[in-house]
Design a protein around this ligand. Structure first.
Ligand SMILES: Nc1ncnc2c1ncn2[C@@H]1O[C@H](COP(=O)(O)OP(=O)(O)OP(=O)(O)O)[C@@H](O)[C@H]1O
Length: 604
């Protein structure tokens, strides 16, 4: 078992099998936004008000321009004088309205962003903490890249809709509703003619929209799947290169991208048809309205000023209508993203709350049967038994796939057994709160992956409230102090992906220091299969000996030296214990599997 074994990226089942589909629909989406925006009502409500006002102010333009333009028509004498004064007045009105609109637009954007960005930070936080708290079964069923994509892509799409699409939509809706009312007051006949052409078009918009929503969701899913290939190959870049499998990985990526492209282009075709339809229908409506209006002016049914106003309003209204489809399709895209995020947020998380307990480290597993949820008919453990008194060293040995790591997975309660009992200090392990149970365990994995950060932070991971002196003490006991001190920046040296690269033995000693700091009742040690050089091996072994003192240790053992010193050796095969005893006892048995395994090791 390694660090990675906690969240394997391969070997998965389809997410549909475990996902609790979030109910979708406007009501649920509104409830989601309400929940996250409510704490920011103080900025969000003013932002909405300002938005409606700026929407309304848009009308100042067609209103005053139409009056201004009408003043260009021939006039004489006092009428001309009056017209001159009015020209200045209307021009000033327009400038004032535009000025006000500019100021308000600034505040609107600021307020909206404040509310939306803050709400979205909360959504990101909730999503991330939900992902971390998901039970292992769910985490395994979903690929890591897919979960990451929810956080990266889906939340971003929601953000975009909240800070830009929704405000634009509200603004255009205000323009539409207000514009229609004003136009109706100017001439029922002319505007009625125009409005009669709108509702059928709107119906088609809705029909088109729901189809686009489906296709865009499929494209997003395929993009997330392709991201998994990128994540997996980068995580295992050494293997990819070592096997010269670059072309193979590129091929896999190409496969996913091709299907993404197909869906995406299918979506683009639909969107294109959608936009083409909008252009054709609405442009024709405008032309028809102008034609109809001019004829009305010619027959004296309305005056020129009203006609100019209606024409300008019509231009504004059609601009709003024209931008609606794009906004609707963006919103639908956001709807898909929102659905996926909500689906994740509804997933049941592990209950980590509970009082902390300090265990003595007595372990017992009785008649345990287990199969992984992804392969329910393959028994990985079959009538497995283990019994360790507090402070004992138990070595698990056996061929690969025998079920050694699975035993550890069950002790940690990453999974629940199908049958049988697991007792800790004589009580069923399910009686303990998960987090306090796990705090009583510390894991030194085979392949230690350090977190990006300093060495000090990496050791502190064992116990976040440890003091600097305690960290140094733990490092000393883990035989790590000397090499850390020699590094140019000592404990502050950055490690992990972007930091200094440490050797396998050094990383192991850091993991040991981490475990020493955690001071657990039970130590789980997955010995490295790759051998270290003699000096490094000695340092690691010494550190481990100190760590194992006075605590129960479960060791997935590969080295004979460790096995020899174990109080009990459980030889596993096919998910059960086939031999049990000390080294001497088992080695003495002529045909024991242990003897064969031990001999094999000695020969190397
Ligand atoms: N998450 C999983 N889902 C389904 N099957 C799994 C999972 N993890 C392990 N298995 C299967 O369970 C069996 C036991 O695996 P386990 O990792 O416990 O063996 P192991 O003895 O630790 O092997 P190794 O020494 O190679 O690490 C194997 O057949 C493996 O394929």
């Amino acid at each position: 078992m390694s660090d990675r074994a906690a969240i394997p990226v391969s070997d998965v089942v389809s997410p549909e099998k475990v996902s609790t589909k979030a109910k979708h629909g406007l009501k649920h989406e509104a409830a989601f936004f309400y929940k996250y925006l409510k704490p920011h009502a103080k900025v969000f409500i003013p932002a909405m008000l300002v938005l409606v006002i700026t929407g309304g102010l848009t009308f100042a333009f067609p209103e005053f321009i139409s009056r201004l333009v009408a003043l260009a028509l021939p006039a004489e004498g006092a009428e001309l004088e009056n017209a001159r004064a009015q020209v200045n007045r209307y021009a000033l009105y327009i400038v004032a309205a535009l000025g006000l609109q500019a100021v308000l637009a600034f505040w609107r954007i600021l307020f909206f962003s404040k509310a939306a960005e803050r709400a979205l930070v909360q959504v990101r936080l909730d999503t991330f903490s939900r992902i971390l708290k998901l039970p292992m079964t769910v985490l395994q069923a979903r690929r890591v890249g897919e979960l990451g994509s929810r956080l990266a892509n889906d939340v971003e799409v929601i953000r975009e809709s909240l800070v830009s699409t929704i405000p634009m939509m509200i603004r255009h809706s205000v323009v539409l509703v207000g514009g229609i009312i004003i136009v109706l007051t100017k001439s029922i006949k002319l505007s009625g003619f125009m409005l009669a052409s709108l509702p059928p078009a709107i119906l088609l918009v809705a029909l088109f929209g729901s189809r686009i929503r489906k296709v865009s969701r499929r494209a997003q899913d395929e993009l997330a799947a392709s991201q998994v290939v990128v994540d997996e190959s980068l995580q295992s870049i050494v293997s990819v290169k070592a096997f010269a499998n670059e072309t193979y990985e590129i091929g896999r990526y190409t496969g996913f991208l091709t299907s993404f492209l197909k869906s995406s282009l299918h979506g683009a075709k639909l969107r294109g048809a959608f936009v083409a339809f909008i252009i054709l229908v609405f442009m024709s409506v405008i032309t028809l309205c102008v034609w109809f209006g001019v004829r009305m002016v010619q027959s004296g049914e309305i005056n020129r000023e009203s006609f100019i106003a209606i024409a300008l309003y019509t231009a504004f209204l059609s601009a709003s209508i024209g931008s609606m489809p794009e906004l609707v399709s963006q919103l639908q895209k956001a709807g898909g993203a929102l659905e996926r995020v909500r689906e994740l947020l509804q997933e049941k998380e592990e209950n980590l709350i509970g009082e902390s307990v300090k265990l003595k480290g007595e372990l017992s597993m009785r008649g345990v049967w287990f199969s992984y949820p992804s392969r329910p008919d393959a028994h990985v453990l079959a009538d497995f038994n283990l019994s360790a008194a507090s402070g004992q060293k138990i070595a698990l040995v056996g061929p690969s796939g025998a079920g050694k790591s699975t035993v550890v997975n069950l002790l940690y309660r990453f999974y629940e057994p199908d049958k049988g009992e697991i007792l800790l200090d004589g009580k069923p392990s399910s009686d303990y709160p998960l987090s306090s149970l796990r705090k009583n365990f510390a894991l030194v994995p085979q392949e230690v992956l350090l977190f990006g950060g300093s060495i000090e932070e990496n050791i502190r991971y064992g116990r976040p409230d440890a003091s600097e002196a305690e960290i140094i003490e733990a490092a000393k006991q883990a035989n790590a102090h000397l090499f850390i001190e020699k590094l140019p920046e000592g404990y502050k040296t950055l490690v992990g992906e972007r930091g200094t690269q440490l050797s396998g033995g050094q990383r192991q000693r850091i993991a040991i220091a981490r475990a020493i700091l955690a001071n657990p009742a039970v130590l789980v040690l997955d010995e490295a299969t790759s051998s270290l050089d003699a000096e490094s091996e000695r340092l690691v072994q010494e550190a481990l000996d100190k760590l194992m003192e006075n605590r129960t240790s479960i060791i997935i053992a590969h080295r004979l030296s460790t096995v020899r010193r174990a109080d009990q050796i459980l030889v596993m095969s096919g998910g059960t214990v086939v031999e049990n005893g000390t080294h001497d006892e088992l080695y003495a048995r002529e045909h024991s599997l242990y003897r064969t395994l031990a001999k094999l090791q000695l020969e190397h």
